[in-house]
Design a protein around this ligand. Sequence first.
Ligand code: ATP
Ligand code: XMP
Ligand code: GLN
Ligand code: MG
Length: 513
Amino acid sequence: MEHHQLVLVLDFGGQYNQLIARRVREHHVYCEVKSYKTPLEEIKAMNPVGIIFTGGPNSVYEETSPRCGREIFELGIPVLGICYGCQLMAHVLGGTVSNAAEKSEYGKTRVKLDKSSKLFSDLESEEICWMSHTDFISQVPEGFRVTATTDTCPTAAMECAEKNFYGVQFHPEVNHTPHGTDMLGHFLYDVCGCTGDWTMTRYIEQQVEAIREKVGDGKVLCALSGGVDSSVVAALVSKAVGRQLTCVFVDTGLMRKNEGDEVEQAFATRFDSNFVRANAQDRFFNKLKGLSDPEDKRKAIGEEFIRVFEDEARKIGAVDFLVQGTIYPDVIESGLGDSAVIKSHHNVGGLPSVVDFKELIEPLRLLFKDEVRAMGLELGLPDYLVWRQPFPGPGLGIRVLGEVTPDKVAILQEADWIFREEIAKAGLDRSINQYFAVLTGMRSVGVMGDGRTYDYTLALRGVTTSDFMTADWARIPYEVLDRVSVRIVNEVKHINRIVYDITSKPPATIEWE
Ligand SMILES: Nc1ncnc2c1ncn2[C@@H]1O[C@H](COP(=O)(O)OP(=O)(O)OP(=O)(O)O)[C@@H](O)[C@H]1O
Ligand SMILES: O=c1[nH]c(=O)c2[nH+]cn([C@@H]3O[C@H](COP(=O)(O)O)[C@@H](O)[C@H]3O)c2[nH]1
Ligand SMILES: NC(=O)CC[C@H](N)C(=O)O
Ligand SMILES: [Mg+2]
């Protein structure tokens, strides 16, 4: 079904495995990450044109370290070992890996390259490479030669060109190895014989074909928030099955100013599919009455989402498939493969068990956010949808601290709108990754028009981050903060004080609840 070449990344628990996969895809070669435990038969069946072993925290000479057998080297498939992967290759094929407690290398390192190696052919004879290891290969296996060294490491790279086995002790996938991506390119094109047949256009075609095959003439439901992931996945599935798809957008009443109407306008006629806006504002506000604990509020909102989807699915009748916009970081952070569990993503949690869907469809599962954005643009979604900042499902329900009422949400909507408008005017909307206002429950005394006020304190939050797992507070220029502050206290009733949140994550989280 899928007609493109595949490079397989075997995961030995390293930190940069996803990065290797995306670097390969940047070279227009399709790539998937699989656990090192993947059975040989399965690997053969995938028919990869090349295999890359990742780094990892273990030492190959320890009994319990993740291993592979000799057989994988007998498939006739080129192998590139990176760091631990390189050491493993040496170990399995009869070389020696030693511990060098005193000589461990970490960070940017000068590496002398042998330019007669295919990997390094058009590079300088000395390059900066990023190292992170204590073990080293003291003797390469028979048939191998050393192709790079550093002052402390006798084997910074090795190869057996005849069998297409290559290993590098450094990490070519990270930005700190400036020509690392060229080295990967050489492995892919000059060693594995890749043709560069993976493009977003082809990927979309293949996904469309796969979705059509799976769905047949069944019905599909997609929960559409108007956020990046669900918009892109809706566009894709709509292209595949058109009117068999119904996108359900829930207006919770907890959206930003005008957002419900904007999402409806953007999507009601965008695709040749059905679109439903479920106006559930009253349901959500009723559900939230009397609740002030953040977790109670989150649970109440999550549950109400499910109830609304159930009701909508019943109206459509016999919905077989549920589409989710799960993306690769959701999968990897949930502890797939051999990396640590960071946080379990719920993604429309519980929905499949509540409504009787036959199957889940998750076509973005292997993509990173920026690849999802590229797909969105390719599918013809406008810039403003593709470049939206993330917005949490519970919405303003977790940005009005304490009990949520329609009045408080209305105040917050106005203030948040002014903040976003000024950030955009200042041209900061792409450099600050997420920014929003929070209505604190605190009230304080102020003076306005010679009179006393006793009103709410509004907090502004802006963060820079690439993965939303850690974040720094954004250094928004004082002049911009000043304009925002003046406008909000003047234009929004019931706010008389503005503060800016200057905590990073950790120890704070991005949202306040
Ligand atoms: N108001 C809503 N109506 C319908 N579905 C929703 C709504 N809010 C959230 N969802 C569902 O929950 C999923 C998870 O939300 P999440 O915010 O992680 O993704 P997103 O909104 O698609 O993208 P982004 O991360 O850019 O906000 C969405 O993909 C969507 O399926
Ligand atoms: O879809 C979502 N449902 C949620 O319940 C939720 N809670 C937080 N977020 C978003 O996740 C990122 C990290 O937020 P925190 O630092 O507050 O955990 C930030 O981008 C938050 O906006 C959510 N997104
Ligand atoms: N980054 C790695 O893959 C490290 C490999 C091995 N644990 C070492 O210290 O040499
Ligand atoms: Mg969202």
